[in-house]
Design a protein around this ligand. Sequence first.
Ligand code: LFR
Length: 490
Amino acid sequence: TRSAQVAAIDLGATSGRVMIANISRGRLELEQVARFANDPVHLWNGRRGALHWDLPGLFGQACAGLAEAARRSDNLVGIGVDSWAVDYALLRDGRMLGLPHHYRDTRTAVGVETVHADLDPVDLYLRNGLQFLPFTTLYQLAAEKADGLLDQADSALLIPDLISYWLTGNRGTERTNASTTGLLGVNGEWDIALMRRLGLPHNLFGDLAEPGTDRGRVLPELSDRMGLPGSTRVTAVASHDTASAVAAIPMDADTAAYISCGTWGLVGVELDSPNLTRAGWKANFTNEVGADGRIRYLHNVMGLWLLSETIREYRRAGYRADLGELLAQAAEAEPAFDVFDTDDPRFLPPGDMPGRIRDWYLERGLPAPMTRPEMIRAIVESLAAAFAGSVRQAAELTGKSVETVHLVGGGCQNRLLCQLTADRLGLPVLAGPVEATALGNVLITARAHNLLDGDLEAMRTIVAKHFPPQLYAPRTRARRRTVVGAGKAC
Ligand code: LFR
């Protein structure tokens, strides 16, 4: 049979990329055709400067990437789109009403207040199974309502669904990403009663689509402009980036935990059904929907955001800060500082990260990292401690006996982070693939086009064969005892 290609548009909070996978007889090759920065924009809204995503800019970059994909392929049959979760565009009569807000915009505080005034957080957890994150869609919508913006909209689309809509003219709400809105019940259906209770329109998002659902052909005027074959179709993949990443982790879900580490570090295990316990609620573990109906039982750890914001701040202050160099120096530095609590909400918004981290130590009368290598070391140590702590919690909360930990995404290139995570857990860390998200994306599209068949395990076997992970063996077992609760000091 002739080989075929599928393209992935993978939008992360820090950067986006377009990849193509070449697939023939169970062989899979992945090639990056475009990579671009995702720089949020501040727009004055009459009262304050609000943080938004530049969606038209991202769409333009994605289309340029698809045009390049078309040039580099001879049989491009499908396209899938994934992105970060929770954010959405409001539309009226098919037109976007203003730029989508960034989940790190501070307006959500109002939403949290109004929702929790009406609903006990435990009741909410029992309905939607989600950990508390102040930017979950339902809080954003509540803030939007308070602003009077919701009245103008007749529908909403999550970010990957918006890109798919702009590509095809067809709408739908893909299930894995819908599960991050807080409006989907643990039974898998929209929670209409919850929407009514919160005063939200119950038909904002429309019908749910499973990963693998056809979204139709690319609009002819667009596909001509990009030089795509007229037959190229768009598939709804597991469009929440973390769902795509987890789908492509070459793991044995019975004995492995995972860390999907990019801007965020998503740490947990895979389950067959939601796990709703008071202990899980307290530990802030979420039940998000994965590919093929699996449950991603995980906790959001702050992730590489701490590093990227720190580097940004150093550069703003005029230093030539190179992450690679600083990491090499950090690896040599003594781990002389306590780990800080990476979950502290002060680290959520953009800003002076090294200053905030230093404050965290000083407020407790603890010695604070002062030099740049010391700061980077403290961040990586604290992330590793938080990762290890969440792996241990995931195991305790589910009764799984975790034997290995898979670390995928950009963070798997950070050798210090992988090693320290292995050391803190006393368990082997299997690092890679770095492009797990794009792989999960193309695998679902390829399966929808019958280029591959099989269940999630079969797809994971393909990943393991073509992208063998790198082993980080724990260097010591002595530190194991320090793991419990590490990184969660307050
Ligand atoms: C990772 C991610 C997380 C989600 C956060 C915000 O990119 O999608 O899973 O909690 O971004 O959407």
